[in-house]
Design a protein around this ligand. Sequence first.
Ligand code: UDP
Length: 253
Amino acid sequence: MTRTAQDERAGAQAAEGAIPWRRVVVKLSGEALMGEGPHGLDMPTLERIAADLSAAAALGVEVAVVVGGGNFFRGIAGADKGIERARADSIGMLATVMNALALEYAIEKEGRSARALSAVPMPSLCEPFSRQAALHHLGKGRVVVLAGGTGNPFFTTDTGAALRGAELSCDLIMKATQVDGVYSADPKRDPSATRYETLTHDEAIAKSLAVMDTAAFALARENRIPIIVFSIREPGAISAALQGRGRFSLVRP
Ligand code: UDP
């Protein structure tokens, strides 16, 4: 599918500086896709997020999404049940492929072209990940859904997002969470917790603020990639944050 004239106009606006971001990677946890359910996929939630990703791409921003798998399976939970960790992580990576296929389908149903690329090659289901393929699809205005995290056990999809962010020269990582930013403490447990509008990577480390997991955060910091932390529970949150609207925290070098 080619970009519409509207997209081209939006792309021109983005290039003129109305939107400061040219290419972004969104980290979407598996939990974000299960809505209020206990596990798996909640269709209305999947459709809402797909619509938001599609709207973000229509702004003229190139959008890659690294999707997690925690709504189906996490390696650590498997290891706790006695499955060898590397094997359990393989199962976890497969869970991310299920989510990526569902998301690719839902984005295409929105009328936006999308491609799932997997770090774990399974060519009968989706394309294997390569930097060239990802950049090609992004350049065509497709939402690129990245499955399989880093493709290695003992990592998480947070690290996958930071890795792909660096590899694909993204100028922003968008970490979708259940809360609207980075807080001084867990706002669900501590009512006195305060939210940061902006902070630096160094401040987040010095204050032990859990923005992303440690390996992911170290990669983002080393490559000087800013991170927007926002709530995926708000409809339209991705496109709003890209335009500097809504509530979020910005972690910058
Ligand atoms: N995983 C992995 N390597 C990676 C990314 C993910 O082995 O590079 C496995 C790991 O078992 C993890 C699971 O896939 O628990 C699902 O990913 P994650 O926990 O990051 O999903 P989320 O919490 O974001 O839903």
